[in-house]
Design a protein around this ligand. Structure first.
Ligand SMILES: [Ca+2]
Ligand SMILES: [Ca+2]
Ligand SMILES: [Ca+2]
Length: 318
């Protein structure tokens, strides 16, 4: 599932273009207004150096935008990712099934960082958010480089994972074999402040992390689930300490959340996911799959026991 050939992208030297959207870390006018904007000053440092490539002052997530065009999901998250190998972690719920609480038997990607967040009890999302896809991005080193990984999150674990490759912030996007593209621009010096600062500038930030994912890779089927939901946050370099920079945001004044395994968003006020609304009438919790008519005893499989029941009732129905 993670091997879709790259066939929809035209490449210039420094970006990947999809018509009105260029995956370069800068938000184009084609994006709709932000789905969410940050309400917490950053607990992971305020980046004020305004360098396009590096962020040495810290990380923040200021806003999130998304759109679907030509079979590709585009996501733009305004902000900064510190160039110290801290992580931008993104979970996507785009179909039925998946994981409400992270398991420990997902693909081993990014030094097993995904599974580091699972189990005992495992990072748990808001009720009905079932993550199907994970993407993580980092940057650091000298010369500066960025790296990204993706993984499937299957209901019963064991999904595929892939290292997407490397790029350079503000210069060269990461272009994975699966068609996933990741770009970064660390120019933001405004947005939200650090302790004692303001969040007023969050919605206006136009540089950050920009991602393109083919819908086929997500297993997206608009006949079943149309709305796409996101949980994005800044995490420590080994995925072991979550910041207070989440999309959708935590309540104003919230501190860093720390150990990801112990986070349960069902116990946190509000919904900590952002939703790209395609169908405003779609229920928040996707309907359960229709029952299988041949599963007569309702145990989830059609087998000899159902046939026995059928044969025992053979004949005229009173
Ligand atoms: Ca762009
Ligand atoms: Ca799901
Ligand atoms: Ca800032």
């Amino acid at each position: 599932m993670l091997t879709r050939p790259l066939c929809v992208v035209s490449l210039a030297c420094c970006s990947a273009s999809f018509g009105d959207v260029v995956v370069d870390g800068t938000r184009e006018a084609a994006y709709p207004p932000p789905i969410e904007s940050q309400t917490c000053t950053t607990g992971f440092g305020d980046s004020t150096d305004a360098l396009c490539d590096r962020s040495d002052g810290g990380s923040e997530l200021c806003n999130i935008h998304a759109l679907v065009a030509n079979g590709v999901l585009h996501i733009f998250v305004g902000g900064n990712l510190e160039s110290n190998f801290n992580k931008f972690d993104l979970f996507i719920d785009a179909k039925q099934g998946g994981q409400n609480a992270l398991r420990t038997d997902n693909a081993d990607i990014d030094f097993n960082g995904l599974n580091r967040m699972g189990g005992n009890p495992g990072m748990t999302f808001d009720t009905c958010f079932t993550a199907d896809f994970f993407l993580t991005v980092t940057n650091g080193g000298d010369p500066l480089a960025m790296y990204a990984n993706v993984a499937q999150l299957l209901t019963l674990g064991g999904g595929a994972g892939q290292y997407l490759g490397q790029g350079v912030p503000c210069a060269t996007p990461i272009i994975g074999k699966s068609g996933v593209i990741v770009a970064m621009n660390n120019s933001n010096a405004l947005g939200v402040g650090g302790d004692g600062g303001s969040t007023k500038g969050a919605a206006a930030v136009e540089t950050g992390i920009e991602i393109a994912i083919p819908l086929t890779l997500l297993g997206y089927d608009s006949a079943i689930q149309q709305n796409i939901r996101f949980v994005a946050f800044i995490n420590s370099s080994d995925h072991s300490y979550a910041s207070n920079q989440f999309m959708a945001p935590l309540a104003a004044g919230s501190g860093n959340l720390g150990e990801p395994r112990n986070i349960n968003f069902a116990n946190v006020v509000g919904n900590q996911y952002a939703m790209l609304v395609v169908d405003p009438n779609e229920p928040t919790c996707p309907p359960t799959p229709p029952a299988c008519v041949s599963d007569i005893n309702g145990d989830g499989v059609t087998d000899a026991s159902d046939l026995t029941l059928l044969l025992s009732g053979w004949g005229v129905c009173p």
